[in-house]
Design a protein around this ligand. Structure first.
Ligand code: MN
Ligand code: MN
Length: 471
């Protein structure tokens, strides 16, 4: 090797393409790993469905509800059907700190309004009014097939779950966009973010009037209620308390002629939920430190609410783990446990989009296919609203990944002053733990069809497993 090449190899850093570096065996493992992941995306399009999935999975994996099994080493707690803590008790006392990976299982979507159903006076179509949830580009949701997923709680307290639009035989729904021919004044003169206002995001629900009596007022709306009552035994008032979410209809797919990518809804952040839970399930026996996977709700609207990461849920779960493990669980011991803990805030980052490279700074941006991103800070402007991980902890994580052969890179969300965003990291850091963001890159984040690399999905799994086993 020439001297300059030697020096370059020894002294310089450059991120590496997983597909160049990985062995043939590991490439195959990466491609195979995504099969289970796509199934997970298909089954879990809402936070509630994600929890339902893990209730089944945890039973299969031999985990016990923490209250119900005194001696169990693998325990969990579900909270309000929307978030969960899952733990394996380690050899060391919990008061010396835990290794926790937090991700979120909510995704940007469109909800039905509480009183959604109405009959449009000018067209006599049955329509559903909506209210969007999280950061969406509203125009992306128009004129595309949509499905309804949700839960009604009836007057007798019984819950009724619905999914309409996912089975091939199901009908789907749509919020029709305006034809280009007539869009000149109403849309084309506006800024792109204003072209669709929220009041125009109404879903076409039905069109046939109730047939028995031509004179019936709002017969189309009545017919919708008759059909819903026949199928689900609900009445209009049941909508007022219901949680019905509108999501893109259809399954996650392989993308690219080489099938190296996954296209699907809600990968932010179910990609990290799935890979961190797999990492916990596959972690070696007899972990040194207690390992926890925390699946949080409400991240897309600021982590508020009693199922969001700002709630007391995870702290309370760690307190109960102390108690479960026969340790002191007074507030001082709990605080020390938290301060001694290490947290990966597992969330997606923005990969460089070849169609819009100008918003990224190439040397510091995430490249999809180049492994999981270790992201020191997020936020916007002068790092505002960011956790900004400590160099010592950042270096420790990188060192583990290097030793364990994890394909990783560093990543920043975008050019400075281009925009920005935050994650759960800062809420976990409030309790004194070491926290760093770590997750795969995504193209088209928050769109109906997010694109990820199978190399990064697999690398995230490996990174999370290495963290539980070595940090
Ligand atoms: Mn996210
Ligand atoms: Mn998001």
């Amino acid at each position: 090797m020439k001297k300059t090449d030697e020096l370059r190899k020894k002294l310089t850093y450059s991120r590496k393409n997983f597909w160049n570096e990985a062995s043939v065996k590991e490439q195959k493992e990466a491609l195979n790993f995504s099969e289970g992941y796509k199934n997970f995306l298909d089954e879990c399009k809402t936070e509630r469905e994600s929890i339902d999935y893990y209730v089944k999975e945890l039973e299969k994996q031999g985990y016990k509800e923490i209250e119900k099994a005194k001696k169990a080493k693998k325990v969990f707690r579900i909270s309000r059907n929307k978030n969960a803590g899952i733990a394996i008790i380690g050899r060391k006392p919990i008061s010396e700190g835990v290794n926790l990976i937090v991700s979120h299982i909510d995704a940007p979507r469109v909800d039905l309004k509480q009183n959604p159903l109405h009959e449009d006076g000018s067209t006599n179509l049955g329509m559903m009014k909506t209210h969007y949830y999280g950061g969406i580009k509203k125009y992306q949701w128009m004129s595309t097939p949509l499905a309804l997923h949700g839960t009604f709680i009836k007057k007798n307290g019984k819950s009724v779950k619905i999914t309409i639009g996912e089975d091939d035989k199901d009908p789907v729904f749509v919020m029709p966009d305006l034809l280009p021919h007539l869009a000149r004044k109403v849309q084309y003169t506006k800024k792109i973010g204003e072209a669709i206002d929220a009041g125009k995001m109404n879903l076409v629900f039905n069109s046939i009037p109730y047939p028995k009596d031509n004179e019936t007022k709002e017969a189309v709306k009545l017919n919708a209620l008759v059909l819903l009552n026949e199928k689900y035994d609900i009445v209009e008032e049941d909508f007022l308390s219901a949680e019905i979410e509108i999501v893109p209809a259809g399954k996650a797919r392989d993308a690219g002629i080489d099938r190296s990518l996954v296209l699907g809804y809600g990968q932010d952040d179910r990609i990290c939920a799935y890979t961190s839970a797999c990492a916990l399930f596959d972690a070696k026996d007899k972990l040194e430190k207690t390992a926890i996977v925390y699946l949080a709700d409400k991240e897309e609207i600021g982590s508020d609410g009693n199922t969001g990461a700002k709630s007391i849920f995870i702290i309370d779960f760690i307190a109960d783990l102390l108690k479960h493990n026969g340790e002191n669980f007074d507030s001082s011991t709990l605080r020390k446990a938290l301060i001694n803990s290490q947290v990966l805030s597992a969330d997606v980052n923005a990969g460089i989009n070849p169609n819009f490279p100008s918003v990224h700074e190439k040397e510091n941006a995430v490249h999809i296919g180049f492994g999981v991103s270790v992201t020191k800070f997020t936020g916007s402007g002068g790092k505002g609203g960011s956790n900004d991980a400590n160099a010592e902890f950042n270096s420790k994580i990188i060192d583990i990944y290097n030793k364990e052969g994890v394909s990783w890179q560093t990543g920043a969300l975008g050019k400075v002053d281009e925009g920005g965003g935050g994650t759960i990291a800062k809420f976990m850091a409030e309790h004194g733990a070491e926290v760093i963001d770590c997750g795969p890159g995504v193209l088209g984040m928050h769109s109906l069809y997010e694109l990820t690399s199978k190399a990064d999905i697999y690398s995230s799994y490996k990174a999370y497993k290495a963290f539980f086993e070595n940090a």
